[in-house]
Unconditional design. Sequence first.
Lengths: 113, 114
Amino acid sequence: AQTVTQSQPEMSVQEAETVTLSCTYDTSESNYYLFWYKQPPSRQMILVIRQEAYKQQNATENRFSVNFQKAAKSFSLKISDSQLGDTAMYFCAFMKRVQKLVFGQGTRLTINP
Amino acid sequence: AAGVIQSPRHLIKEKRETATLKCYPIPRHDTVYWYQQGPGQDPQFLISFYEKMQSDKGSIPDRFSAQQFSDYHSELNMSSLELGDSALYFCASSFSAGGQETQYFGPGTRLLVL
């Protein structure tokens, strides 16, 4: 069974700083997807970024980028120029094709003014 | 763009009562997933449907059942509710046949069992 581990329960940075959230996973699969979801206080689950395992190029979405290290089974999220609206719980998730998402425990990120 | 719709958004029930949660996926999405998120926890997979057939089953209690209808909406039926069923229930949808594996979540239904 796949497992996802987020080793940072909480993080806090100042507005405009850059922050990196860590995620490791365990799988014997070669084809899969990795995601970061954001859950603000409203508790809506919002997709931040996705990465296909077969792609070597790291995904980017505006201020959000990932560092995908397939051999190391590592998938970190970097948030540049952090904003107050980035304050949320961030979940790393693993998925095999057309199957369930397996989530990590989450990292609570606070952006301070 | 249209999003996943869930109803009701909030639900309060007594122990041993029944509840029905509804999910309307994004148009043209063929796969629906249900997740349960307890307080301070990550979402846990319950069940999924692809083209109206159950495709996977997770840690869903026998007291719960679900189905996907011809219009692709899905319903999660919960009977003999227990205090521990109080949680946020998410529905997510994806377009699997189109190779778009990304799951998009609805706003969730907050269930409180008293």
